[in-house]
Design a protein around this ligand. Structure first.
Ligand SMILES: NC(=O)c1ccc[n+]([C@@H]2O[C@H](COP(=O)([O-])OP(=O)(O)OC[C@H]3O[C@@H](n4cnc5c(N)ncnc54)[C@H](OP(=O)(O)O)[C@@H]3O)[C@@H](O)[C@H]2O)c1
Length: 247
């Protein structure tokens, strides 16, 4: 059976949970060799083993700048130079602006922005010309939801960064695009002790389609952008958000 990513090699940060996991599983199903990273060793092992011979996983904290080159080296050592890099690892913390401490600010910036920036830099150094970079953004880059100030600033910056990278890497035919989820049913808010019921009540009513999205609905977008079907698309931002930032 021929897949849409046959012969391609991908590295996905935050591939052991939620959206990143769905992307990893879809990529392998479509023929790619996939390396995932995350922080939690047991879920890394679980997902890597579910990916089979065409998957592997490593513990790597994106806020540790030295880890980026190490993980890219491991991915390349097993599967060869990268064709696709998905910078997906991220945290979301709801903190009112006036209560946001410097430590809160640094934590989200270090993971969502600085970690993504230097992750892409390490990946590009070992990427084939003609590759594809997919950055996980968010609808918050264009919507102003209360209590998401630092988080939204990171995602706005990710969207802006994509324009520059698309322009700068075009000479190597490397495409750079953003996938921007609306509220998706993952563990991201549960990690902060926010219950699923709270998310359903407070976010679902804002969504024209009146439901949370599923990780697979982002994997569909990432697959398209990673594949040669998106060969004329770069610098763009695609929202899978049930319409929340569109209507
Ligand atoms: N769910 C939503 O509603 C939503 C909406 C808009 C945007 N997003 C974005 O989607 C992306 C994925 O989130 P998700 O919803 O799938 O949440 P998730 O299930 O919590 O997954 C987050 C992933 O990021 C990894 N991660 C977090 N901090 C990391 C670090 N310092 N180093 C390495 N990996 C780290 C986590 O690894 P561990 O599990 O090992 O910690 C996990 O794999 C994030 O960038 C998020 O901002 C999500």
């Amino acid at each position: 059976m021929s897949g849409r990513l046959d012969t391609k090699t991908a590295l996905i940060t935050g591939g052991n949970s939620g959206i990143g996991r769905a992307i990893a599983e879809r990529f392998v199903a479509e023929g790619a060799n996939v390396t995932i990273t995350g922080r939690n060793q047991s879920t890394i092992d679980e997902v890597a083993s579910s990916l089979g011979d065409r998957g592997q996983g490593f513990r790597s904290d994106v806020s540790d700048m030295a880890s980026h080159a190490e993980v890219v080296d491991k991915a390349v050592a097993k599967f060869g130079k990268l064709d696709v890099f998905v910078a997906n690892a991220g945290i979301a913390e709801m903190i009112p602006f006036l209560e946001t401490t410097e430590a809160d600010y640094d934590r989200v910036m270090d993971i969502n922005l600085k970690g993504l920036f230097f992750g892409v830099q390490a990946a590009v150094r070992h990427m084939n010309d003609g590759g594809s970079i997919v950055l996980t953004g968010s609808v918050v880059s264009v919507k102003g939801f209360p209590a998401f100030s630092a988080y939204s600033a990171t995602k706005g910056a990710v969207r802006t960064l994509a324009r520059v990278l698309a322009s700068e890497l075009a000479e190597r035919k490397i495409r750079v695009n953003v996938i921007s989820p609306g509220p998706i049913a993952t563990h991201i808010f549960g990690r902060q002790g926010i219950e699923r019921d709270f998310i359903e009540e407070n976010f679902t009513q804002m969504v024209p389609l009146k439901r949370l999205g599923e990780p697979d609905e982002l994997a569909n977008l990432a697959l398209f952008l990673a594949s040669d079907e998106a060969s004329y698309i770069t610098g763009a931002d695609f929202h899978a958000d049930g319409g929340v930032a569109q209507v």
